[in-house]
Design a protein. Structure first.
Length: 221
């Protein structure tokens, strides 16, 4: 974590927390509406949508879904059913608004903590754009960027394999201002291989964002 990234995140949190009205945004060729108290997505979301492979009929789970862009994109790519999960109730309301706006039927959004709402379900594709910065959030708006001790990411790695169908694809976003040693360490601890799939510098920020693929070492893909 750098002082510059932390300051920029704090500024963005203040901005989205003080908005009084929704605004419209086109992201990954989807016309979306963004509510106050919800992160509007950016390079991290775009990179994920560019690299993820979703096939016709796939069961897809998108964690830390926010206003739903990654889940919504998966639904437009032919997924059989998509579930988006987020802890922020305003984000879930926002995602459901965008679902109706786009006229999508093969998707649902649930308020909850990572895998908790899906319990024993398994998926063909799992995506997560977690909070990158190890800082304690003071409210549910701040969880879009901040997570004390990266607990969400650590739990994701621990619980992931019990929710994977054979041959499942897993995609995870990260930033170059986050702990770059953490993901390889977590992959090793949980018998997973991690590969960087794409990256880009965020326009106007100078910060880099990456999408990683996670692969089971105990399964032939």
């Amino acid at each position: 974590m750098t002082k510059a990234s932390l300051q920029r995140q704090a500024e963005e949190i203040k901005k989205i927390s003080t908005l009084s009205d929704p605004y419209d945004k086109n992201l990954v060729d989807l016309d979306l509406t963004i509510f106050p108290h919800v992160y509007g997505g950016g390079s991290d979301s775009r990179l994920m949508c560019e690299v993820m492979e979703v096939y016709k009929g796939d069961e897809v789970l998108d964690l830390c879904t926010g206003m739903g862009v990654i889940a919504l994109k998966a639904a437009t790519l032919g997924a059989g059913h998509v579930i988006g999960v987020d802890l922020n109730p305003e984000a879930v309301k926002n995602a459901n608004f965008n679902k109706k706006k786009l006229g999508l039927k093969n998707i649902e959004f649930i308020e909850g903590d990572l895998f908790e709402p899906v319990k024993d379900k398994k998926f063909d594709v799992i995506t997560i754009n977690p909070p990158f910065t190890a800082k304690k959030p003071s409210n549910k708006t701040e969880i879009c960027f901040w997570d004390e001790n990266n607990q969400a990411t650590k739990r994701f790695f621990r619980e992931l394999k019990s929710h994977l169908k054979p041959g499942a694809r897993v995609y995870l976003s990260w930033g170059d201002f986050a702990d770059l040693k953490l993901l390889p360490e977590l992959a090793k601890e949980n018998n997973l291989e991690i590969k960087e799939l794409n990256s880009a510098i965020g326009p106007g920020t100078g910060f880099g964002f990456m999408t990683y693929g996670l692969f089971r070492l105990d399964e032939t893909n």
